[in-house]
Write a protein that binds this ligand. Structure first.
Ligand SMILES: Cc1ncc(COP(=O)(O)O)c(C=O)c1O
Length: 408
């Protein structure tokens, strides 16, 4: 066991002996790359040529008028290639894989966005690719499974546990232990053993760096608040890092599911249901029972129902630097509906959590204030869940027709 990468007691690297050398290699390659300004420039070039960065900061004029309070801006991570901020992290890790001379990548995925991003990166860099995905998530996010397979990745259904993200992570670690000589595990969020939280946050910081410059350019001043949804915490840390040293209130929004009192949610830092523990190689707040067994989580958004949370966010919560809130499934679907109707934006269900909280607060803020919402991804992948939430009969008829066509 080794033990480092702490954030006031959160984090660390609780590793089986067999993985220590692999993590040491990753840590030293990352530490070296991080020191080289040329590496960041190369990373930025790839992100602009391949992933359409810088993503815009869009003024939401109609929503601003609708609420009559703060001026609302949206950071458009949905416009990254593959439709989410996940691209920022995987392309960065892809560059490190090249440096290490490895030829295969594996990843876990919940909503499927990280899986699609990893499969895309693997195709681009010429790596073999295996994606682990809980069977339940495979059902919820079928379009993304289709894309991963078409991109050349093997998608392995995980049948253990509750068959969601945490189970996929366990399976990916199992694979890594047997194949570490050739394989890199592209962890998708700012969790897991050191150096993953630091490394994922480093690549995602491109969001906050851009957003800060863009708002200063557009408005000549900083926002009062920045909102981001929190699954593992990568998009939130990405945008927050641009404003950590400024007098800007940072708001992380977790999955309130069916409500905090229902026990069916995934709120670690905004509920009293989580406690500090060690699992999956690091120390943070987990939703666990008194025996340390992971509890079942629930969210309408597959990408937010993880049992743990970034150790960096756990530290920022304890320091009082980030405020954590939660939005229920119902509030999220309503916010998504409003964003579509008023602004023509289609946020992912995950991102719609940030919208929901911002919509609760914007009307109570003065018109002088600016707020930024991080739209971490686009909602296309959620079409089945969203159609169900809206009980869209025309869509249901279409699906039935398709099924009949296949059965004919
Ligand atoms: C669009 C989108 N936003 C947010 C998340 C949550 O992850 P994180 O908290 O690491 O940004 C996911 C995870 O799959 C996602 O697909």
């Amino acid at each position: 066991m080794i033990n480092r990468g702490y954030y006031d007691g959160f984090g660390g690297a609780f590793l089986p002996e067999i993985l220590v050398a692999t993590f040491d290699e990753l840590d030293s390659v990352f530490t070296q790359a991080k020191k080289e300004p040329a590496f960041w420039e190369k990373y930025k070039d790839i992100m602009s040529d391949y992933s359409c960065r810088p993503t815009p900061l869009t003024f939401a004029e109609n929503l601003t008028r609708h609420f009559g309070g703060a001026r609302i801006y949206i950071k458009r991570e949905d416009l990254n290639h593959t439709g989410a901020h996940k691209a920022n992290n995987v392309m960065g890790q892809g560059l490190l894989v090249k440096r290490m001379g490895k030829t295969r990548v594996i990843a876990e995925t919940g909503a499927g966005q990280h899986g699609v991003a990893t499969a895309t990166m693997a195709a681009r860099f010429g790596f073999k690719c295996t994606i682990y995905m809980g069977e339940v998530d495979m059902m919820r996010q079928r379009p993304n499974v289709f894309w991963m397979e078409r991109l050349g990745a093997e998608v392995i259904p995980v049948l253990d546990g509750t068959r969601i993200l945490k189970d996929a992570i366990n399976e990916a670690f199992r694979d890594w232990v047997t194949n570490m000589d050739t394989t890199h595990y592209v962890l998708g969020t700012a969790c897991g053993p050191h150096p993953f939280p630091e490394m994922v946050s480093f690549f995602q910081s491109i969001i906050g760096k851009e957003a800060r410059n863009q708002i200063l350019e557009k408005e000549g001043r900083l926002p009062a608040r920045v909102y981001a949804c929190v699954g593992g915490g990568s998009n939130a840390l990405g945008i927050f890092q641009g404003f950590l040293d400024d007098p800007v209130e940072l708001v992380g929004v977790e999955a309130g599911g069916l409500g905090l009192d229902s026990g069916r949610h995934a709120s670690r830092l905004s509920s009293k249901d989580a406690s500090i523990g060690i699992a999956q190689g690091y120390k943070t707040y987990f939703l666990q029972d008194n025996d340390g067994q992971m509890r079942e989580t629930h969210s309408v958004a597959a990408g937010l129902d993880y049992v743990g949370v970034s150790p960096i966010l756990a530290q920022l919560k304890e320091k009082g630097r980030v405020r954590f809130e939660s939005a229920t499934d119902r509030e999220v679907v309503d916010a998504l509906s409003l964003a579509m109707k008023k602004e023509g934006l289609i946020p992912a269900l995950e991102s719609a959590h940030a919208f929901a909280q911002a919509f609760k607060e914007a009307p109570h803020l003065s018109k002088e204030y600016i707020i930024i919402i991080n739209q971490s991804g686009r909602g296309d992948k959620d079409i089945f869940t969203i159609a169900d939430a809206f009980n869209d009969s025309a869509w249901q008829e279409f699906i039935k027709g398709k099924a009949e066509e296949y059965n004919a």
